[in-house]
Ligand binder design. Structure first.
Ligand SMILES: [Mg+2]
Length: 466
């Protein structure tokens, strides 16, 4: 290993436990996070703590909209037998093989494979292992990724099913090319920060007053790119886009996100009617699985200067491969809590790089910004070498629950300096928001704000009329 584990012996590097908690935040009360399809999300996570014999811990999570979080928790418990008892040195020596042991466990794979609940569970576990690795080396994850020699970084990736687009040897070659500029780029990104864009002003359930107030706020804070949710009503979309353009002017960028609400033949005329607002991209115009549909939409909208973005619900690297091979998207929005950890995310970045397509990861949910800042900084330093038309998404939700929250100044992410993947929740937040036993949940049940799931079932209506 080119790496050195401080203060640890091999015995201490054995994993002695994997704990998972169901943590939910009541965001539906303010319609924070609402879009055309997810009208009343309670931003939640299945939160994993992996503990070594030495006591060192790594944390990782996957995201859900609330209900069903307990199913992901159960899937993580089902996978934990592959983790507990292993020694992390062995895992990191052949991380690709270990990730494959999770994604293709011989019986559990029937529940996926490499998609849905079991893949979300895998994401939480692998994210915790990356956090742990970086903490053992006392580095932020972006720095761990940057410092690993190309051969070792590529050894973490499972190339199964993508070798027709990129091979291990090609990936190493691509990464080697960027090596000599690394130190210069680290200095630059540390001084300048990484450009952010915000979608915090544009949740679909927000009132006109809130839209105005938040657009003004983030405009004044120096953000240069905004994104609003669309797709329920064309007149509303026009009204809201007018409000935003009036505030931000015409030099700043503006994108829209339909969250899969349209059929292909609905998406094209709808977005064409909004083209006058000078849109950078339309995000998730249709089903996240409809690769050819995205290709059709791209063909119609690209001549108008509008890109197509997708990926937050793209299940795995094979689907991303198809999106790239068919020129179906111009912005790859890989999700750090959906794919099988950084291992699979690296595969997507490398394929996109080879095909000349930009990666703008998904950060519009609980704790995702904390993770994707590391990925984009690594991309700038070690892969693409540019931040042009690339961003880290920013929403202003729940950062206060993290031990090392993101820091955004003048519309740019500051480079994280603390060890790990920024994925550790505060103990106090877990005490308050573990579901359904946390003190805040008990209090909200007693006030009648939510139904206590330990009591008899009750039908709950959506916050917005369907
Ligand atoms: Mg989105």
């Amino acid at each position: 290993m080119a790496t050195h584990y401080y203060y640890e012996t091999i015995e201490n590097l054995k994993i002695v436990s994997l704990d998972v908690k169901d943590v939910r935040f009541p965001t539906s009360l303010g319609l924070h996070g609402s879009d055309a399809m997810h009208r009343d999300p309670d931003f939640s996570c299945a939160y994993v703590t992996i503990r070594l014999a030495s006591g060192t811990t790594g944390n990782g999570f996957t995201f859900t909209c609330g209900r069903g979080n307990e199913i992901v928790v159960a899937a993580i418990k089902s996978l934990s037998f592959l983790v507990v008892g292993a020694t992390v040195v062995d895992i990191y020596k052949d991380f690709a093989a270990f990730s494959r042991s999770l994604t293709n466990e011989t019986q559990l794979r029937w529940l996926g494979p490499e998609k849905g609940v079991t893949h979300l569970a895998t994401a939480a576990i692998l994210n915790a292992l990356w956090d742990l690795w970086a903490k053992l080396l006392k580095k932020p994850v972006w720095r761990l990724l940057v410092d690993l020699p190309p051969e070792q970084l590529v050894s973490t990736i499972d190339f199964k099913y993508i070798k027709d687009v990129i091979t291990k040897e090609e990936a190493i070659e691509i990464l080697r090319k960027a090596q000599d500029k690394k130190e210069e780029r680290i200095k630059k990104i540390t001084a300048d920060g990484y450009p952010a864009y915000t979608s915090q002003n544009g949740w679909i359930g927000y009132s006109k007053e809130t839209l105005i107030e938040l657009t003004e706020k983030y405009n004044d804070l120096g953000f240069n790119h905004f994104k609003i949710k669309v797709g329920l009503n064309l007149d509303d979309d026009i009204r809201r886009l007018k409000i935003v353009r009036n505030i931000i002017g015409w030099d700043k960028k503006l994108s829209i996100d339909a969250n899969q609400v349209w059929d292909v033949e609905e998406a094209i005329p709808w977005v064409k009617k909004l083209a006058g607002f000078k849109l950078t991209w339309v995000e998730e115009p249709t089903s996240p699985d409809d690769i050819l549909g995205h290709a059709t939409i791209s063909k119609e909208l690209n001549p108008l200067g509008i890109g197509v973005a997708s990926g937050e619900m793209c299940s795995n690297k094979v689907l991303f491969k198809e999106f790239l091979l068919t020129d179906a998207i111009q912005y790859v929005q890989v999700d750090p809590a959906r794919l099988a950890g950084i291992n699979e995310i690296l595969a997507v970045y490398l394929m996109a790089h080879k095909k000349g397509v930009k990666v703008v990861p998904h950060g519009g949910a609980l704790g995702l910004g904390e993770m994707i800042q590391h990925l984009q900084i690594w991309d700038y330093v070690s892969l693409s070498g540019t931040t042009e038309d690339r961003y880290v998404e920013y929403i202003d939700l729940q950062h206060e629950h993290f031990v090392n929250p993101v820091s955004v100044k003048n519309g740019r992410y500051e480079v994280p300096t603390t060890p790990g993947y920024s994925t550790t929740l505060k103990d106090d937040s877990i005490l308050k928001y573990e579901y359904p036993v946390g003190t805040e949940w008990e209090s909200m049940f007693s006030k009648g704000l939510f139904h206590d799931p330990r009591k008899a079932p009750s039908r709950r209506t959506s916050a917005i009329k369907l």
